[in-house]
Design a protein around this ligand. Structure first.
Ligand SMILES: NC(=O)c1ccc[n+]([C@@H]2O[C@H](COP(=O)([O-])OP(=O)(O)OC[C@H]3O[C@@H](n4cnc5c(N)ncnc54)[C@H](O)[C@@H]3O)[C@@H](O)[C@H]2O)c1
Length: 461
């Protein structure tokens, strides 16, 4: 017995998952609740006819995440125009949807030179090209599916909000996590009141180091001036989930973080500007672009590859952003950041974003007056302290149409086309109105970080 760990002893008593009886009650772990949420939130609402949309930016999101809905459900969404400067991406979209030549554009500005010819604009351009097409689209009375981050400053976000309200337009911000089974279940449990009131939350976003070096060092989101600080470009999903689950305004934030690893002074001796320049340590480097892109064929979606082969990948590594040494880029976004938020009623949330993990998948612990919940985007363990009942809900047993972000990509479009068709923003959860506050949480967290953690107020007006 003396060699048994505490966990082994508890396991033998059927208590491993919780560690101890609670308030005199043994936690009943046998009850494993599964299923079943509808595949989509508004499954029962049927469209009379498909929504017609124009895609601005036919890259990863425009082509992969959202137009794929139109390919799968053509009776709900039709793509009738595309603006995209990279020819093969524009042509791929035009071919898939038979888009006439007069509705194929090189840049988003050209779309708005014509009178309105669709119901909605899908804005999936880079972060610094959200404000322009959003304002132009609203001015022409289009509804918008708008990628996050909404824009690059609080003022720009407000411009879009004001015009959207004036035009009574539907503007869905692409907070796709709200449309996943996993986060829908989390929200459903909290809203049911079964666990009482939320008192505090710990939320952790492990970015995963290859994702970090691809997107936030070499890639589109490495430089805050070209895109946004990472608390917005990546973690606006997290501030949004916190705000959504807690369902009360956030009032204050204090934040710390820095760029510790991906800096010039950390470049190893013998390293070169590009991995393909004869770098002496390339074979030993965790972040070798040759290994990641050419040998493992990983993360190729953002490379400008009309076809995938050694020749095109080598060309991109020699000339494009993804061949650069991770210690010698123009990146400035932080690789770790901790932010503490206070919400109305004294509720607290501690949020940590970490780049240097070998795993992804957000972890969340929610502490409530009558129980608690923790999850890792696969399971949610829900413990009711009053009844002693513990349910383990497994997202992998839920229906999923296979789209990205755990089904959230198509879940969002499903609700968006209905909101546009019925002119009813309530069919969405991530309207621009709902998203403004979580964006402000991000802008204020960044202001705090730049001011050595000074507490910043979060006030919408
Ligand atoms: N909701 C999410 O979870 C999520 C995930 C990833 C990215 N995003 C956001 O989606 C947006 C697009 O990201 P992505 O991963 O698809 O990037 P991407 O680079 O794959 O796609 C952007 C596309 O816009 C095109 N483009 C550039 N200038 C243009 C112009 N003037 N007119 C029209 N098109 C132009 C680019 O050529 C590119 O093909 C970004 O704002 C990003 O932050 C959101």
């Amino acid at each position: 017995m003396s060699n048994w760990s505490r966990r082994t002893v508890l396991k033998s008593l059927g208590m491993a998952a919780v560690g101890a009886p609670l308030a005199g009650k043994t936690i009943d772990t046998k009850n494993t609740e599964t299923n079943s949420l509808p595949l989509f939130r508004n499954d029962k609402k049927k469209l009379k006819e498909p929504i017609k949309a124009i895609v601005c930016g036919a890259g990863g999101r425009g082509w992969g995440a959202y137009s794929s809905y139109a390919r799968k459900y053509p009776d709900e969404l039709q793509i009738v125009g595309v603006a995209e400067p990279i020819p093969y991406r524009r042509e791929r979209m035009a071919k898939a949807f038979n888009i006439p030549e007069e509705h194929q554009f090189v840049t988003w500005e050209h779309v708005f030179e014509l009178p309105k010819f669709a119901d909605a604009i899908i804005i999936t351009t880079p972060d610094d090209l959200h404000h322009g097409p959003a304002m132009a689209g609203l001015n022409l009375d289009y509804d918008l599916l708008l990628e996050k981050a909404i824009a690059q400053s609080w003022e720009e976000c407000n411009d879009i909000l004001k015009l959207a309200e004036k035009k009574e337009a539907i503007v869905a911000v692409c907070h796709v996590l709200r449309y996943t089974s996993y986060f829908r279940k989390m929200k459903e449990v909290i809203d049911s009141g079964e666990l009482g009131e939320v008192v505090s939350v710990q939320h952790f976003e492990p970015i995963e180091r290859f994702h970090m070096c691809h997107s936030f060092v070499r890639g589109n989101w490495g430089n805050s001036k070209k895109s946004n600080p990472i608390i917005l470009s990546k973690s606006c999903h997290d501030t949004d989930i916190l705000r959504w689950i807690i369902d009360k305004p956030s009032t204050k934030v204090s934040s710390f973080g820095s760029l510790s690893v991906f800096r010039k002074e950390n470049a190893p001796a013998g390293s070169t500007a590009r991995c393909t320049d004869g770098c002496a340590v390339e074979r030993k480097c965790i972040y070798s672009a040759i290994r990641i892109y050419k040998e493992q064929r990983g993360w190729l979606g953002h490379l400008n590859l009309e076809e995938i082969n050694d020749k095109t990948i080598t060309r991109e590594l020699k000339n494009g952003p993804y061949g650069r040494c991770v210690y010698r880029c123009d990146n400035d976004v932080v690789d770790h950041q901790v932010s503490n938020f206070e919400f109305e009623g004294g509720i607290t949330a501690a949020f940590s974003m970490e780049a240097l993990t070998h795993y992804g998948g957000r972890r969340t612990r929610i502490f409530c007056t009558n129980g608690d919940m923790f999850g890792d985007e696969k399971t949610l363990t829900i413990t009711n302290a009053i009844t002693g009942k513990q349910d383990v809900w497994d997202v992998r047993k839920e229906k999923n149409d296979g789209s990205g972000h755990g089904g959230g990509d198509h879940g969002l479009v499903h609700d968006f086309v209905r909101a546009v068709s019925f002119k009813d923003p309530k069919l969405l959860t991530s309207t621009i109105q709902a998203s403004m506050e979580s964006h402000l949480m991000g802008f204020q967290a960044e202001a705090s970080r730049l001011n050595k953690g000074a507490v910043k107020e979060i006030k919408l007006k």
